[in-house]
Design a protein around this ligand. Structure first.
Ligand code: ADP
Length: 384
């Protein structure tokens, strides 16, 4: 039987998963894991049938990280063909609205989108190049984080700046599309009434966004042109008055590189707490700044639920997913707290138990673990 590999390259990590290619149904997972802290104290984390292992490795760049992954997978791939490789690509620009087979022309177009996601797109491109070199006969498929939001109405896609910028691609793209694709599929299969209704999906991880969904379509989302907008994240600020940026550039003498570093790496939970972006640590802390960071994170989500509910014209359900959304009953309860007016109330015991059904009000509430790798593997299988 041949194999499907999925790669998800971030700024300092590559997540991977290896699947068996089957003729019918979802491909079964063989092993998944990641290389994290590329460039510093790199380590390989592997999750397979034997459990979880962590191995310190040397990987100063993404190419070396991929080599370490392939070395680890050697036993599983021996004597078998990797028939397809799925790549998560952060940005699809205005044109990529569905997964594509990577051709030379497509790769060039993906590379040309790098200015739209300078911290992520180049790593996605280097993962494709490495996989092309390693598996020249395999079909390479790009799956875009922006594609799920491609059909949004103009009012949720444009910014109120001169129109020529919209035409030039300055739009509210939105991200986390693979996660939303997976959740939409789960809703359709398990909760069809909700699927056809008005749902907010809250993908709360180190990166965080919410999507207003109707019939599996994105109507609006909290992220915009870049993955900085919307909710407070691990190290990114979320919603920010652009006047703040002008002030920092003009009055604080910061360079655009310094502002960029602050926005991507030093803000959000980490910046507000002056401690960490790790939600588990913040929730256990009694420090005032740590508590304020968590309170800000929660309050931003509550405000955006109001905003997305307006875009949907009402609300039938909310789905929590991502590392925080799936695992933290405390954050879910904090979000629901004071939102009875919108119909969001949680069953305390069900919330503590982790769901899937945790709502007790007029608005349904669910916890659904996301699976971005499976979305990639399915996209590859469909094209093989
Ligand atoms: P990424 O966006 O990097 O994929 P994840 O979806 O893995 O991130 O989410 C990482 C976040 O989830 C971290 O802030 C981590 O502290 C948080 N998290 C994981 N488990 C828990 C938990 N049990 N309680 C609270 N937060 C958690």
């Amino acid at each position: 039987m041949s194999l499907i590999l999925t790669l998800n390259a971030g700024s300092s990590s590559i997540k991977f998963a290896l699947y068996e290619k089957t003729l019918k149904g979802d491909p079964p997972l063989i092993v998944r894991g990641k290389v994290e802290r590329i460039g510093t104290a790199a380590r390989l984390v592997v999750n397979d049938s034997d459990g979880k292992r962590m191995i310190d490795i040397s990987a100063s760049n993404h190419r070396e990280a991929l080599n370490a992954i392939l070395e680890e997978l050697k036993d599983d791939t021996k004597g078998r063909t990797v028939a397809g490789v799925g790549h998560r690509i952060v940005h699809g620009g205005p044109d990529f609205s569905a997964p594509v087979r990577i051709s030379e022309a497509n790769l060039e177009a993906i590379r040309a989108l790098s200015p739209l996601a300078p911290l992520h797109q180049p790593h996605n491109v280097s993962a494709i190049e490495a996989a092309l070199a390693e598996f020249p006969k395999a079909m390479q498929v790009g799956i875009f984080g922006t594609a799920f939001h491609a059909g949004k109405p103009f009012t949720q896609d444009a910014y109120g700046i001169p129109r020529r910028y919209y035409e030039a691609g300055v739009r509210r793209y939105g991200f986390h599309g693979l996660s939303y694709t997976y959740i939409a599929e789960r809703l359709e299969a398990r909760y069809p009434a909700l699927y056809s209704g008005r749902v907010i999906v809250a993908h709360l991880g180190n990166g965080a966004s919410m999507c207003a969904m109707k019939g599996g379509q994105s109507i609006a989302t909290t992220m915009g042109f870049s993955a900085l907008d919307g909710l407070c994240m691990g190290t990114r600020p979320g919603q920010l008055d652009p006047g703040v940026l002008l002030y920092l550039l003009d009055n604080e003498g910061m360079t655009s590189a310094e502002v960029s570093k602050m926005l991507y790496k030093e803000s959000g939970l980490k910046g507000l707490s002056e401690n960490t972006n790790d939600m588990r640590v913040l929730l256990e802390s009694s420090d005032v700044k740590d508590k304020e960071a968590v309170a800000y994170f929660t309050a931003r989500i509550q405000r955006e639920i109001g905003s997305l509910t307006a875009a949907l014209g009402g609300l039938d359900g909310i789905v929590f997913t991502g590392g925080i959304g799936e695992n933290s009953a405390e954050i879910r309860a904090g979000i629901a707290n004071g939102m009875g007016w919108i119909g969001l109330e949680l069953n305390e015991a069900a919330n503590e138990a982790g769901g899937p059904v945790i709502g007790s009000g007029a608005v349904q509430a669910l916890v659904i673990p996301t699976n971005e790798e499976l979305v990639m593997a399915r996209a590859v299988v469909e094209r093989l």
